[in-house]
Design a protein around this ligand. Structure first.
Ligand code: ADE
Length: 240
């Protein structure tokens, strides 16, 4: 899978060269590049922003460099083109899975007070938010999307079981994990995890997942019950 991020601050993405995503990039499983929008500016000082029409604080990113950058990277509109913005669809586990399946991804990062609306209307397929707060730019949000999506690409995680066991994979939060030593600062690892009985361990983990979800994210259980009831009535997305 290819991911191209269009940004005024490409060096911010250097941190993706670490850890799991860094390994996927090195192994060629994820083809990632951050592209500097400024290089496409036709302004003699490579300016990429201007004051907003109608007045107001801050600067707005101009359409021309973004338009030319998008068309240089994706001349035949083969990528899904995403703009990171608080008004977009909120990122979720399901959306990450869908994006990982939907082919190559071009992610545009806005900065300052945003981007001239016309270039978004002309070029962008989808807007995505990472939550109800405003960041100073789309870069950190684009990194979140890159990481969240890349984990669903085959071969990025060590074993395919890894993300099936995680929070949200079954609509529940993940059970707590422990490793050696069996006792730390007087706190013991639950006995059941030490006895090697896999059925018992599975039961314990499921119960812990349900308990934690009820405690911390009861909204997830409501969504899950509604989905189950819908399935039992023969509903669901495909009507089957
Ligand atoms: N840019 C600024 N704030 C953002 C957010 N919450 N999500 C995505 N992109 C953003």
């Amino acid at each position: 899978m290819k991911i191209r991020v269009l940004t005024l601050f490409p060096r911010m993405f250097d941190c993706l060269n670490e850890s799991i995503i860094g390994r996927a990039i090195k192994n060629g499983i994820l083809d990632f590049a951050a592209i500097d929008i400024r290089e496409y500016s036709k302004d003699k000082h490579q300016k990429c922003d201007d004051t907003p029409y109608g007045g107001g604080a801050g600067m707005v990113m101009t359409a021309q460099p973004i338009y030319d950058c998008i068309n240089a990277v994706d001349p035949n509109h083969e990528y899904l083109r995403v703009y990171m913005a608080p008004q977009g669809e909120t990122l979720s586990d399901g959306l990450c899975r869908d994006l990982a399946r939907s082919g190559d991804l071009l992610i545009l990062c806005g900065h300052y007070e945003g981007v001239d609306r016309r270039v978004l209307d002309l070029c962008i397929d989808k807007e995505i938010s990472i939550g109800d707060y405003v960041l100073s730019g789309g870069e950190l949000a684009a990194m979140v999307v890159t990481d969240g999506v890349a984990r669903f690409i085959d071969g990025v995680l060590g074993s395919s079981a890894s993300h099936e066991d995680e929070s949200f994979s079954d609509g529940l939060l993940e059970y707590p994990q422990y490793t050696r030593p069996p006792e730390f600062m007087g706190l013991k690892v639950p006995e059941v995890l030490l006895n090697g009985n896999h059925k018992e361990i599975e039961k314990f983990r499921r119960a812990e997942s349900e308990r934690l979800t009820a405690l911390r994210r009861p909204d997830l259980l409501v969504g899950k019950r509604a989905a189950t009831a819908d399935e039992m009535r023969g509903g669901g997305k495909n009507g089957d």
